[in-house]
Design a protein. Structure first.
Lengths: 300, 313
């Protein structure tokens, strides 16, 4: 799986070696060897925490504190997983996260693509001014609006419901709108003109032409929106008070507070929270990397 | 840009637009209305009302009371934790952001070499950056345990007595910065894409002129990559100023307030003490601070960014 699915950026990496003129010189070989050495050392530091997490999640309590550290658990204790799931209510938390993630994903795809179509294809007085305001809001840190937005939602009695975490997505996100608009601008106008002459309305053009043509961009947005919901901590922390409504991030934090010394279970919970994203990454790696590169956002 | 949608005769209305253009304008407003409504409701109104709240005493249960500059006076003059949290945050931003840029860049350059199993390396280096923050926090809490954590065990192996990390006020922030470097793979991917966009001819031309690899890096790679680096820097600074989750999960601000970052303090004022006025004042101060930082970066670094002028047709 690794080799064929591993990160491959578009373009001719293989040739991108400085000093292409005398490509097999001794200095060149030395540099490659040195790079390889540094990368291998770095890899130990990067993968160490990962492997340690997985390893600990299968250990018995007794093995956890053995020194020197044991990397391969013996015996393997599978029961850590069901126990972590039960104690931490992780099954319920996963369901809650999925409801929030899918709810806001649908919202952001629908609204962002509608709005992007308006900005990309329809002319109206003031449109460009509105668009530049939209661009400006991308730089606005959420902290300035956080408190009044909380007050708005609490007046609506939405506290302790999923609504504050889902509903805002239905008003489009500036970043996604910008991305989709750029994408829509590359779709030839002639296609659309032909449909209009055939009597198609704007909504139909959006649904039958622009949506299918921009699947790659929509997939990128869907993945990032999903990752955001899966990761979001502060939103649920502010709005959700009932433990049974906690999404995965909050459930994990609560689990830590309650069972702070149960490292095997905590690691099992961490693996559980990480695993779906790793799977998602391997399934949609191209979209992933493309998304990071085009948005310029690297996550944490 | 877009041809007018109508095949209708250009009848002009009073406002100078044809009927077809009016129809198109109305359609446009209808399409963009979700965002416009959301903007007015969840951005513009909250933006100004938090400014208003910052001059009030507001505890949710009773109506907001105008108190003028009292919140700011309290913040600056009487709340000693405010300054501590500001210092913590600046410390975190000042160390974590440059180190992240540096390591991300270094990693990208290394991974841009012709080496065996390159794509495996890239994938593995990238993986930590998709780990959910809370999960990463729990794993690092475990790694950073002073007496028997894996990190100190490894340090002991090479004869170094590691610090107590998160239990030591002097080492708690460096520990969180160390952890933030773990996720540097995300930035690496962006830089890598940037590196691959640099035309090979530039290096070859340099080669003919006899430049060394280091000179090539300094005079070709860095300038060509500077727009990407700059964008990353700006976004990283904004993100680092709002650091919250790690500190909330791992240390709850301790030990001795060493990791009580600005956002953590703000969160406590707003949602534990329910001092919405004071918290709004804190939010606006942070906003202005970030604005100043961003402007400084634009002024002193943005001017050095090399934007390639597109000459090809």
């Amino acid at each position: 799986m690794a080799e064929s699915r591993a990160i491959s950026l578009p373009d001719q990496t293989q040739h991108r070696v400085k000093g292409g003129l005398h490509s097999k010189s001794r200095g060149q070989q030395l540099r490659t060897a040195l790079a390889l050495l540094i990368l291998l050392a770095g890899l130990a530091l990067v993968m160490g925490p990962y492997l340690w997490m997985v390893s600990t999640s299968f250990k018995t309590d007794r093995q956890v504190f053995v020194r020197p550290p044991v990397w391969i658990p013996n015996p393997i204790r599978w029961a850590n997983y069901p126990e972590a799931w039960e104690w931490g209510k992780l099954g319920l938390a996963t369901m809650n996260t999925l409801i929030i993630a899918v709810g806001s994903l649908v919202g952001t795809l629908l609204s962002s693509s509608l709005v992007a179509y308006g900005f990309a294809r329809l002319r109206a007085p003031g449109r460009d001014i509105i668009f530049s305001i939209l661009l400006a809001t991308m730089m606005l840190p959420g902290v300035v609006t956080m408190i009044p937005v909380f007050l708005i939602f609490s007046k609506l009695r939405w506290v302790n419901t999923f609504r504050p975490l889902i509903v805002p997505a239905y008003f489009g996100s500036a970043f996604n709108i910008f991305l989709l608009r750029q994408f829509f601008l590359t779709i030839p106008v002639e296609l659309e003109d032909a449909a209009i002459i055939d009597g198609a309305g704007r909504l139909r053009i959006w649904a039958t032409m622009f949506i299918p043509l921009s699947i790659p961009a929509l997939a990128t947005i869907a993945i990032f929106s999903f990752m955001h919901s899966w990761n979001d901590f502060m939103g649920p922390l502010i709005y959700l008070t009932d433990v049974n409504k906690y999404p995965i991030a909050l459930a994990m934090s609560r689990f830590l507070q309650q069972y702070g010394a149960e490292w095997t279970l905590l690691m099992a919970a961490s693996v559980t929270a990480t695993f779906p994203l790793v799977v998602l990454f391997f399934l949609a790696q191209r979209t992933f990397i493309q998304g990071i590169v085009t948005t310029g956002l690297a996550g944490r | 840009m877009v041809a007018a949608a109508s095949g209708e005769a250009p009848r002009k209305t009073r406002h100078g637009l044809s009927v077809g253009a009016w129809r198109e304008a109305l359609q446009c407003y209808a399409f963009i209305s979700p965002w416009v409504i959301g903007f007015l409701w969840l951005t513009l109104y909250p933006f100004f009302s938090s400014l208003y709240y910052s001059f009030t005493d507001y505890h949710v249960t009773a109506p907001a009371q105008w108190v003028g500059l009292e919140n700011f006076r309290y913040m600056f003059l009487r709340d000693s934790i405010f300054w501590k949290s500001l210092w913590n945050t600046l410390y975190y931003v000042g160390l974590s952001v440059p180190l992240r840029v540096l390591f991300g860049l270094l990693l990208a350059v290394l991974l841009n070499q012709k080496i065996p199993a390159m794509s495996v390396f890239r994938t593995l280096y990238y993986l930590p950056s998709i780990t959910p923050t809370v999960a990463a926090s729990i794993v690092w809490l475990w790694l950073l345990k002073g007496d028997w954590g894996l990190i100190n065990t490894a340090l002991r192996g090479i004869g170094i007595k590691g610090p107590a990390w998160l239990a030591d006020p002097a080492w708690a922030k460096p520990a969180l910065i160390l952890m933030s470097l773990w996720g540097v793979g995300g930035a690496m991917v962006i830089y890598l894409a940037g590196l691959q966009g640099i035309p090979r001819e530039l290096y070859e031309a340099g080669e003919i002129d006899g430049t060394s690899a280091l000179q090539g890096f300094w005079h070709i790679t860095i300038p060509m990559l500077s727009p990407v680096i700059f964008f990353n820097l700006i976004m990283n600074v904004i993100g680092a100023f709002q650091v919250f989750t790690q500190a909330y999960v791992m240390t709850q601000g301790g030990p001795a307030n060493a990791t009580r970052f600005y956002m953590l303090r703000l969160y406590e004022q707003a949602f534990s003490a329910f001092s919405m006025g004071l918290a709004s004042a804190m939010a606006w101060f942070l906003f202005l601070l970030m604005l100043v930082f961003t402007l400084i970066q634009f002024k002193y670094i943005g001017g050095r960014v090399h934007y390639e002028v597109e000459t090809r047709r």
